[in-house]
Design a protein around this ligand. Structure first.
Ligand SMILES: *[C@@H]1O[C@H](CO)[C@@H](O)[C@H](O)[C@H]1NC(C)=O
Length: 80
């Protein structure tokens, strides 16, 4: 499950065309994240590790609504 979210996250970060942080338009269709984002200032995906041998960072991400954790204030994504 975590790996699937990591892959989705990478796809979104690298390949999407977005005019709104909640809705991503691809040639194959639309990904609508409106109901996935938490509205309580917490990240939906917290401290996710990307499966790359040299990767030492963790990532948190919340679609649509900003969150705050550690040194990241009012952000959509946080690297730590
Ligand atoms: C995205 O999802 C929300 C909540 O279900 C809905 O209100 C909105 O119309 C959707 N937008 C698009 C472009 O699909």
């Amino acid at each position: 499950m975590i790996l699937q979210y990591s892959i989705l996250f990478l796809l979104l970060v690298n390949y999407c065309v977005a005019d709104n942080p909640c809705i991503y338009y691809f040639p194959q269709g639309v990904i609508n994240l409106t109901t996935i984002g938490l509205v309580n200032s917490q990240p939906r995906f917290k401290d996710v590790r990307i499966i790359i041998p040299s990767e030492q960072y963790k990532y948190s991400y919340n679609p649509c609504y900003s969150f705050t954790e550690r040194g990241c204030q009012n952000v959509a994504a946080c690297q730590s």
